[in-house]
Design a protein. Structure first.
Length: 231
C-alpha cells in the first residue's frame, strides 16, 4: 500500500546508510520527500542519486547545532517545510567501565544523546502542526550490555527524552515516538576474526543466546570484547 504519507516531508539524520537510508527509501516509496543529513558526504551523494527529486541532502554532524538547523532550513527551502523528523544517527563504542576513556564516553553520548536532543529541539521549532518526531533508540535502552555503558546510557536517555518530548511537543500539535530496534545489519560490515559473535557471512543473531548481558549491537568495525587491564 503506497502513498500513505503522500506530500509529507521528512528530515532523517544518519540517512546515508543503514536504517536511516532504509527509512528514507520507504518514505519516498510512500510518497514523501526527504532531507537526509549525515557526515558521510559520499554516502549522501549515492542516496541522492538513488532517490532522485524526492531527496535533498545536507552534509554535517548531528552534534553541531548549526548543522542540525541546516537540515530544517533545507526542508523549508526545497520542499516548503517539514512534517517528520527522524533522529536516527548513532553508533556505539565498546569499552568496559573501568577502562572507558572519557573522550570515548563523551563521543558516544554526544552522538547518540545530544544529537537526538538537538534534532528534537529544532524539530519542535520547525515541524508543521500535526507532525511527528521519531527517535531511533535501541533494545539497549532497556537491556544492559557489558562493554556498552555509554551506548546503553545514551539510548535509555533517548527513550526518556522522547517521553518528555511527547509531553512538551504535544502542546505544539506534534507527536514524539521512540523506536527500539533489535540487532539488524542493513549496512554490511566487514567480518571480524576477533569477534565470533559477528560476521556478515554468518547470521545476524549471536552464536550464543545464553547470556542476556552479552553485547547486542557490536559497533563497527570491530566488536571484540575488551580485556580487563590488571595493574
Ligand atoms: N543496526 C542495529 O542493529 C541497530 C540496533 C539498534 C539500534 N540501532 C540504531 O539505529 C541507528 C542507525 O544505526 P545503523 O545500524 O543504521 O548504523 P549505520 O552505521 O549503518 O548508519 C549510521 C549513519 O549515521 C551516520 N553518522 C555517524 N555519525 C554521525 C554524525 N555525527 N552526524 C550525522 N550522521 C552521523 C553514519 O555516517 C551512518 O550513515 C543508530 O542510532 C543505532 O544506534 C541500530
Amino acid at each position: 500500500m503506497a502513498g500513505r504519507i503522500e506530500g509529507k516531508v521528512a528530515v532523517v539524520t544518519g540517512g546515508a546508510s543503514g536504517i536511516g537510508l532504509a527509512i528514507a527509501r520507504r518514505f519516498v516509496a510512500e510518497g514523501a520527500r526527504v532531507v537526509l543529513g549525515d557526515i558521510d558526504g559520499a554516502g549522501l551523494a549515492a542516496a541522492a542519486a538513488e532517490l532522485g527529486d524526492a531527496c535533498r541532502t545536507v552534509t554535517g554532524s548531528v552534534t553541531v547545532e548549526a548543522d542540525v538547523e541546516a537540515l530544517f532550513a533545507a526542508a523549508r527551502t526545497h520542499f516548503g517545510g517539514a512534517d517528520v523528523a527522524v533522529a536516527n544517527a548513532g553508533a556505539g563504542g565498546f569499552a568496559l567501565l573501568v577502562d572507558h576513556p572519557l573522550e570515548e564516553w563523551q563521543r558516544v553520548i554526544d552522538l547518540c544523546l545530544t544529537g537526538v536532543f538537538l534534532t528534537m529541539k529544532h524539530a519542535g521549532r520547525h515541524l508543521r502542526e500535526g507532525g511527528c518526531v521519531i527517535t531511533i533508540a535501541s533494545l539497549n535502552a532497556v537491556q544492559p550490555a557489558e562493554g556498552m555503558a555509554a551506548y546503553c546510557a545514551a539510548k535509555a536517555g533517548v527513550a526518556m527524552l522522547t517521553q518528555v518530548a511527547a509531553m512538551e511537543l504535544g502542546h505544539l500539535g506534534l507527536r514524539a515516538v521512540c523506536i527500539g530496534p533489535g540487532w539488524s545489519a542493513p549496512t554490511p560490515r566487514p567480518p571480524c576474526s576477533r569477534c565470533p559473535a559477528w560476521s556478515t557471512s554468518s547470521s545476524r543473531t549471536p552464536r550464543s543466546t545464553a547470556s542476556p548481558s552479552r553485547p547486542t549491537w557490536p559497533p563497527s568495525p570491530c566488536s571484540s570484547r575488551p580485556t580487563r587491564r590488571r595493574s
